[in-house]
Every structure is written in structure tokens, then in C-alpha cells.
Ligand binder design. Structure first.
Ligand code: F6R
Length: 242
């Protein structure tokens, strides 16, 4: 795995946006895998600026998000559907029919998971997958213990994830306890992976991802088997690297 340490969150966001923009220009019909959470917000803001000011064109781009909470409707304020609209989709010229997020309130979630995997395949697979990392080393909502060959499925959220994500809800009781998430295998099939990590709370997970043995207990460490991963992190996230 390659990695790059930058000074701060602004530089991390700019570097991540630069990599995505390069891909969009090189292959205007690219398929991008997208993440939610706090970490990619600055990258989305910079990509929106590039669209406005530099005419970066998303009109032929297709996107697939990593995950969605089970039980939240697409218009729930904390759903990842709303998150993506707010932070990215409504600011650029992506076509709504080219954006994909798993449905967390489908009546048959197993069928929804299969449908999502098939949609990724039908689009030709993911060219560049953007990832954040959980404080417990999760990627997507693949919590510790997730199998390396897992695919899109319903997962139970770890207690740490529920606590970490409570900041987005009015109380911890409101945080869903399950999600639909792309699997580790789905993520590993992306042609290129860009993982972003910012802040001290990610330092231990980053250390175990890059310097530990690959283990399902730290799902991000399973990325070591992928031939083209770049980790972009700020100094605090890198603070426990030897
Ligand atoms: C989001 C996702 C999660 C987050 C991770 C970090 O779609 O799949 O893996 O990337 O929980 O979240 P933040 O960036 O909020 O620290």
C-alpha cells in the first residue's frame, strides 16, 4: 500500500479531490465508489468547486455509495441519501439516474443487496473507490470480524460505531444498529482504492491497517492484498506509524 502524509485536513481534501478529478478527466465515464461520514466532506466541497470554477464534468460519471443505514427512509435527515445530496450530488452535474446508494428501507433487504452487487457489475465495476476508516478499523460498515470474501449484505453495527456516529443524531438511541454495506470483497474488486484518514482518533486504526498483519479483526488491513491502494492521511492520523 502506498501512503501520503499531508499537513492537515485541507490538504487531505485537496489531494483526494485532485486524484478523483484526474480519474474523471482521464475516463469521463468512470465509475466512482463513494463514502459518507465527516472525512470526505472537504473532498466533496473541493470537487464541487472544481465543477463550478474549472468545469470538471460529471455528466457521464456513475457513482455507487458504500452503505446506508437499515430502517432510514431516503428522505430521513441522517440517511446517507440525504447526506450525499447535501454534500455532493446537488452541487455537481451528476445525473440522478447515475447515482446509486443501497436502500436501507427495502422490504426485502437480501434482494436489495443482490441487486446492488449486480448493478455494480453491470456498470463495469468500480474504477476508484473512496474510503474512510472507522476508529475500530472498519471500511464501509464492514466491522471487525467481517470476512475477506464478504459482499453487499446487512451488517450489525459495532457498539463503537454506534457511539462514534451518535454525533449525527439527537441521541444515541436514534442511531440505527444495522446497515446495508458493500462487502470487503466488493471493495477489493475496485481497480483503485483511495482511503482517507484524518485526526488522532484514527491513528491506532491507521497503524494497524498499514503496519499490522492482515486480519479480519482490522478490516482495513485486508486492503494490503490490493495492488493499488493509496492512503492519504494528515499528521495526527499518521502519529502512531513507526
Ligand atoms: C461511510 C463509511 C464509514 C466511514 C467511517 C469513518 O460511508 O462507510 O466506513 O468512512 O466510519 O467515518 P468518519 O469519516 O465520519 O470518521
Amino acid at each position: 500500500m502506498k501512503w501520503k502524509i499531508v499537513e492537515n485536513y485541507e490538504e487531505l481534501s485537496a489531494e483526494a479531490a485532485r486524484l478523483v478529478a484526474m480519474q474523471v478527466k482521464k475516463k469521463p465515464d468512470s465509475v466512482l465508489g463513494l463514502a459518507t461520514g465527516s472525512t470526505p466532506v472537504g473532498m466533496y466541497k473541493e470537487l464541487a468547486r472544481m465543477y463550478r470554477v474549472e468545469n470538471l464534468d460529471f455528466s457521464r460519471i456513475t457513482t455507487f455509495n458504500l452503505d446506508e443505514y437499515v430502517g432510514l427512509s431516503v428522505d430521513h435527515p441522517q440517511s446517507y441519501h440525504v447526506f450525499m445530496q447535501e454534500h455532493f450530488f446537488r452541487h455537481v452535474n451528476l445525473l440522478p439516474e447515475h447515482t446509486h446508494i443501497p436502500s436501507g428501507d427495502a422490504s426485502d433487504l437480501a434482494t436489495e443487496c443482490t441487486r446492488y452487487e449486480q448493478a455494480i457489475k453491470a456498470a463495469g465495476g468500480i474504477d476508484v473507490q473512496i474510503l474512510g476508516i472507522g476508529g475500530n478499523g472498519h471500511i464501509g460498515f464492514n466491522e471487525p470480524g467481517s470476512a475477506a470474501d464478504s459482499r453487499t449484505r446487512v451488517v450489525q453495527l459495532a457498539q463503537r460505531t454506534i457511539e462514534d456516529n451518535a454525533r449525527f443524531f439527537s441521541s444515541i438511541e436514534e442511531v440505527p444498529t444495522a446497515a446495508v454495506s458493500m462487502g470487503i470483497q466488493t471493495i477489493l474488486e475496485a481497480r483503485k482504492i483511495v482511503l482517507l484518514a484524518s485526526g488522532e482518533s484514527k491513528a491506532e486504526a491507521v497503524h494497524r491497517m498499514l503496519e499490522g498483519e492482515p486480519t479480519a479483526e482490522v478490516p482495513a488491513s485486508l486492503l494490503q492484498q490490493h495492488p493499488d491502494v493509496v492512503v492519504i492521511m494528515d499528521r495526527s492520523a499518521a502519529s502512531r506509524l513507526s
